[in-house]
Design a protein around this ligand. Structure first.
Ligand code: PLP
Length: 366
């Protein structure tokens, strides 16, 4: 077969262990999964109801233009409907953007220690990848700027960054955007936007107005709690959307996803509750880290990256055997860390008590 060569070097995405697998393997009754930054409170009850009501229409194709969802998002964000593109999760938008702009004659600039899908898609398209290490968990924007040349097609920014939770400050992003050449597309992935509470966070929608080469990605998978339905969206100026849209499969966002997302975005009370609960949850983890003198990155997302100063896989394994699934930092580029999703108060207490147990066992062994 005449495969694209880079594809042969890739492995399929390694999803976290499923709850059922872990239950069976360790003979556990209850498993708490804090591994994929899912919303511990589920989704808006209105979104769930929309799906129940949808079942008589399953034989019909979805609206390929997502007209009603487009209206709902455009109204909520106060952007024009033509400024939006919808994806089968923002993962698919990353794929569409890569397909539209990257090939073997190009290079693409991103952080190392960020969301894996930017690199994954760039590899498949055969683009040269320029990875700039994070500095203290943050994008090193001056070095990223230096890495851009006439062959650069796309620059990827993730803010708040997964897996560190660190965000880009307002003045830093303005300084960066004003210097990036106008023919380079900047992708600003804001999957955790709704959780942000920093005072000096920028307003991405004003950035879109000001910079014609910027697309902002958001998702219904995180705070909206609809990860299983797969729906994300991009916001940019009309000219970008017009060119990108033909690279999108015609019925990419399924009808259930559209129906649920319309209700979800209109239930901002649910989002506010989740954001507030997340803030409290973050404090539980910070307190634990400070008590145990563990380093962590203060987070603007619904997860915390904690340095246990040992093999992250070991912490992961210890917690899994005791009913808590988190992410080891090893595959994320932080080998002595683990990333834990902020759960409910009770879930946080539970995982923290097992983390304490881990530290005690480790202390007695050394
Ligand atoms: C979870 C996540 C996504 C993927 O979101 P989907 O809309 O579920 O595809 C994209 N970017 C980042 C940084 C994420 O953490």
């Amino acid at each position: 077969m005449k495969w694209k060569k880079p594809l042969l070097s890739l492995k399929p995405y390694q999803p976290g262990r499923t709850i059922d697998e872990v239950k069976k393997q360790f003979g556990l009754e209850k498993i708490v999964k804090l591994a994929s930054n899912e919303n511990p409170f589920g989704c808006s009850p209105k979104a769930a109801a929309a799906i129940r009501d949808y079942s008589p229409l399953l034989s019909l194709y979805p609206d390929g233009y997502a007209t009603k969802l487009r209206e709902a998002v455009s109204e909520h964000l106060k952007v024009r409907p033509e400024q939006l593109i919808f994806g089968d999760g923002s993962d698919e938008l990353i794929q569409i953007i890569s397909r539209a702009l990257l090939h073997s004659g190009t290079n693409t600039v991103m952080a190392s220690g960020t969301f894996s899908q930017y690199k994954h898609n760039a590899v498949i398209e055969g683009s040269e990848i320029r990875e700039i290490p994070l500095m203290n968990g943050a994008h090193d924007l001056p070095s990223m700027l230096n890495a851009i040349d006439e062959k650069t097609s796309v620059v990827w920014l993730c803010s708040p960054n997964n897996p560190t939770g660190v965000y880009i400050k307002r003045e830093d992003i303005y300084a960066f955007l004003s210097k990036v050449p106008k023919d380079v597309l900047i992708v600003l992935d804001e999957a955790y936007y709704e959780y942000v509470h920093a005072e000096d966070y920028y307003d991405a929608l004003s950035l879109v107005e000001e910079y014609q080469n910027l697309i902002v990605l958001r998702t219904f998978s995180k705070v909206y709690g609809l990860a299983s339905l797969r729906v994300g969206y991009g916001i940019a100026n009309e000219d970008i959307i017009k060119v990108l849209d033909p690279a999108r499969p015609p019925f990419n966002v399924n009808a259930l996803a559209q129906a649920a997302a319309i209700e979800a975005i209109q239930d901002q009370a649910f989002v506010d509750e989740c954001r507030a609960a997340n803030q409290e949850g973050l404090k539980q983890f910070y307190q634990f880290c400070e008590d145990q003198q563990l380093k962590y990155f203060p987070s603007q997302g619904n997860f915390v990256l904690i340095d246990f100063e040992c093999d992250g896989n070991e912490v992961f394994q210890f917690l899994m055997e005791r009913g808590y699934i988190i992410r080891s930092g090893v595959p994320l580029g932080f080998p002595t860390f683990v990333r834990v999703t902020v759960g409910s108060t009770e879930q946080n207490e539970g995982v923290i008590s097992k983390m304490k147990e881990f530290l005690e066992v480790k202390a007695t062994l050394s």
